[in-house]
Design a binder for this molecule. Sequence first.
Ligand code: NAD
Length: 352
Amino acid sequence: MRDPVVEEDLAIIAKNNEPLFHKLDGKTLLVTGGAGFLGAYFVELAAYWNEKYAKTPCQIYCMDTHIVSDAGRLSYLKGRPYFHDLEQSILQPLPAGLKPDYILHCASIASPIFYRKYPIETMDANVLGTRNLLDYAKSNKIESMLFFSTSEVYGDPPADKIPTSEDYRGNVSCTGPRACYDESKRFGETMCINFHQVHQVPVKIARPFNVYGPGMRITDRRVLPDFFRDAFDGKDIVMLSDGKATRSFCYVADGIDGFMKILLCEFNAMPFNIGNDAEEVSMSQTAQEVCHLFGDKNKVVYQISEDKHYLTDNPQRRCPNLARAREKLNYKPRVMLKEGLARLKSWYERNR
Ligand SMILES: NC(=O)c1ccc[n+]([C@@H]2O[C@H](COP(=O)([O-])OP(=O)(O)OC[C@H]3O[C@@H](n4cnc5c(N)ncnc54)[C@H](O)[C@@H]3O)[C@@H](O)[C@H]2O)c1
């Protein structure tokens, strides 16, 4: 069953994009990494659209290896005629008969703990998987493909480059423990730009900034699920840093709204930051917000991780400049951190 908090989000996204999303009607949508946090949200959004708005349903193909996810969240869609679950890697050729018009290429591993555990698989999804899709799109007509890059392409920017705009070139290590992720996303972008220039592939690029919300598994090991896991267990929230680094968290419904606007726009080979520029908060403040949601019964404690690379190359500040997305896509993030965290807590109460 669809979760009620997710259902509310989907209703708002669909209503706000009503004329635009009709582009999907009667088309075929492939979501790679479709069982992951964002991928599953897109699958649920397209299914919602089919049920409530579409003149002709779009066929939804959800492709995932489940290396860091399971199919559980989408199991309620099994048996619907427009939903097709493919347990396979994006490194393999697309199955015969699958001819996607739209591709959301989410397959990768976004949680630092897990991409460091599976560095080769992470690079493969971002480099070989992206190449596989670009080769497909070179030889077969598609309407649009969106490559999920990351704000990590900026590395650790100096203070005068924050908020960070798309023309900042980055301060990134190519050999550090996070390089498997950051550098393969950077190369993925380079491939997209060149396949557009040489072969006119209609490929778009999104750089998400710390998207969070319902659907993010509590075992995902990104920082917000870790804070909530401690709080739900009735323990103090463990901060494995001094808490001073900042992030600008973007609620998932705002992120999904922005990514769909990119997929369906005409701006090929142009990276777009997607995030929330209204609040740049320290990790300590964020942990305190989670404590407040639990009635301040827990406190925040500071510890040193046993993993000596836990903080290596961790950016000190992260805040997007959203001028391009605002101007070209009319993108407007709406949900502030307090409300987004409350919605995530409500989702975890039913989905832990
Ligand atoms: N959530 C964010 O804040 C954020 C920030 C920056 C970038 N991104 C990018 O957006 C995309 C989606 O992010 P997410 O948070 O949903 O990540 P996620 O890790 O939750 O999901 C990724 C999914 O891809 C699947 N996958 C991995 N390798 C695969 C392969 N070879 N073939 C098929 N499936 C494969 C995984 O099993 C997982 O279900 C990723 O590319 C990620 O790097 C996300």
